[in-house]
Design a protein around this ligand. Structure first.
Ligand SMILES: O=P(O)(O)O[C@H]1O[C@H](CO)[C@@H](O)[C@H]1O
Ligand SMILES: O=c1cc[nH]c(=O)[nH]1
Length: 253
């Protein structure tokens, strides 16, 4: 008999744990999953690679959603259909504020909904906010792991690089970091009464600031392939899993 699979990601409709870490890169999903006990690959279809296992006794899902919110939201929706109730996005991002260094973590309090998909689903006034308990669990886990971290509002933006049209600038708005999927996760969770948050490893400055005048498609110093970023990713993986454990502990209390 064919297993009952969800249509886009091909994850099973039932039987997944309720707590999930979601990441952009399928290779990062594998690296986070390698930290679990009893890791199993659940499915791997398109960019959506899904593992299950347990972190200090807590059953968890680790899944990749690829680059960009229109594709990522399909994973978030199907994981929610499959019974995931608590989501933490563990991604990479460009820093937008002085004092936030490469390899540091940014715990998101909210996200600007420039994601390229949720405006087709909801009025623009609908907020993308992280669950306060997720913010506090991530902050506490970062502190306990000794990971340099910050809290702030994140800009989720569909365009990674600028093109010919001028992009709106949030200069002066105090945003902490820029990435591409978080607001879609936060909105998905709010609409369904689920818990979501995000923690991002800084892999350079906002790519917009780094474009080489002579090569409009160069992202200059944007470079996620450095030791300082790899070290941040290692810390961030543990911080994400620990934060899920703290959230589960709080749910039981
Ligand atoms: O490292 P991930 O989780 O993919 O996150 C960031 O990296 C990608 C862009 O390089 C986008 O997906 C962005 O959100
Ligand atoms: O989406 C992203 C990720 C890293 N750096 C950026 O500038 N943008």
């Amino acid at each position: 008999m064919t297993q009952d699979l969800l249509p886009v990601t091909r994850i099973p409709r039932t039987g997944l744990p309720a707590h999930a870490v979601v990441v952009g890169d399928p290779a990062r999903a594998a690296a986070v999953a390698a930290l679990l006990d009893g890791t199993e690959e659940v499915s791997y279809h398109r960019e959506y690679r899904v593992f299950s296992g347990s972190w200090k006794g807590l059953p968890v899902v680790v899944a990749s959603h690829g680059v960009g919110a229109p594709g990522a939201i399909l994973l978030f929706q199907e994981l929610a259909e499959a019974g995931v109730r608590v989501f933490l996005r563990f991604g990479t991002a460009g820093a937008m504020k002085p004092g936030i260094a490469d390899g540091d973590l940014v715990v998101a309090e909210a996200a600007v909904r420039d994601d390229g998909v949720t405006h087709q689903l909801l009025p623009p006034e609908y907020p993308a906010v992280a669950a306060p308990e997720a913010v506090l669990a991530l902050q506490r886990a970062a502190r306990e792991q000794g990971a340099p971290h910050h809290r702030g509002v994140v800009w989720t933006r569909a365009a990674f690089q600028p093109g010919l049209l001028p992009l709106f600038s949030y200069d002066g708005a105090g945003l902490a970091a820029i990435e591409m999927e978080l607001s879609a996760l936060l909105v998905t969770a709010s609409l369904r009464g689920l818990v979501a948050g995000g923690v991002l490893v800084i892999d350079g400055a906002n790519a917009d600031e780094l474009v080489d005048e002579e090569s409009p498609f160069s992202t200059g110093a944007y470079d996620p392939h450095r030791e300082v970023v790899a070290a941040g990713v290692e810390r961030g993986a543990v911080v994400s899993l620990e934060a899920l454990r703290l959230l589960a502990e709080e749910e039981r209390a």
